[in-house]
Ligand binder design. Structure first.
Ligand SMILES: [Zn+2]
Length: 232
């Protein structure tokens, strides 16, 4: 009898833990797809940034065709600019034709700025930023469930990101870190995701950034970041 009672208590405790675990499992998941390509989801809305690009363009990361097949239906695609290591007209057309969804960038930037009207607890700021060979480059600050995620894209300058307060994750190429250092610009973020690494740069990126607590070099395609959320 005693044992059964104990068993029941144990089961009850386990149930409670499981229930609590589920109710606290609100999170934003970010998957690294390659270059500046990220997949972000809160479990309801799917957002892709700078993806799909042209696999292997300019000596940067390639990806399997199956990666396109696994794109979620009715997603939102946000692009910083149209260089082929960030954007592929052919790939995005194919994906949207097969799975629906909509693409955003310099061509419909006002629509993009209004995305918050259709996604719960979401807003996006678009910053016109400089980039060689592109007159239409934007960096973005996403605020989603009160978390701030900055997407630098390809811009060479840390000036814009230097004006933003209290970021949770800043996704930046390594040259932004160098530019910030050189010009004494402080970047106010909890975590850095160092992205847009070419394959040949991976060993040195690992060496330089792996040991630093608030820096994550984005080197392995498919790796995931989880941002825990408090209740909205
Ligand atoms: Zn570019």
């Amino acid at each position: 009898m005693k044992r059964t009672f104990r068993g029941q208590i144990l089961t009850l405790i386990l149930c409670l833990i499981t229930t609590l675990g589920f109710s606290q499992s609100k999170e934003i998941k970010i998957e690294f797809l390659g270059n500046c390509g990220l997949y972000l989801t809160d479990g309801k809305t799917s957002i892709y940034t700078d993806f799909p690009y042209k696999s292997g363009a300019h000596g940067y990361m390639d990806f399997e065709e199956t990666e396109l097949d696994s794109i979620k239906e009715n997603s939102i695609f946000i692009f910083t600019h149209k260089h082929s290591d960030h954007y592929s007209d052919k790939n995005i057309k194919k994906v949207i034709k097969e799975k629906g969804g909509k693409k955003y960038g310099s061509w419909n930037i006002d629509e993009l700025r209004n995305l918050g009207e259709s996604i719960p607890n979401f807003s996006i700021q678009a910053f016109k930023t400089d980039h060689k060979w592109s007159s239409k480059h934007y960096s973005y600050l996403i605020t989603w469930h009160h978390k701030k995620i900055f997407l630098s894209g390809d811009t060479e300058s840390a000036e814009t990101i230097g004006t933003i307060k209290n970021m949770d994750w800043a996704f930046v190429p390594y040259w932004i870190l160098l530019d910030a250092k050189e010009n004494d610009i402080k970047i106010d973020t909890n975590m850095f995701g160092v992205y847009h690494l070419a394959t040949v740069q991976i060993p040195s990126a690992k060496k330089n950034y792996d040991e630093i607590e608030n820096m994550k070099p984005m080197v392995e395609q498919g790796e995931k970041i989880t941002i825990k959320l408090l209740e909205d």
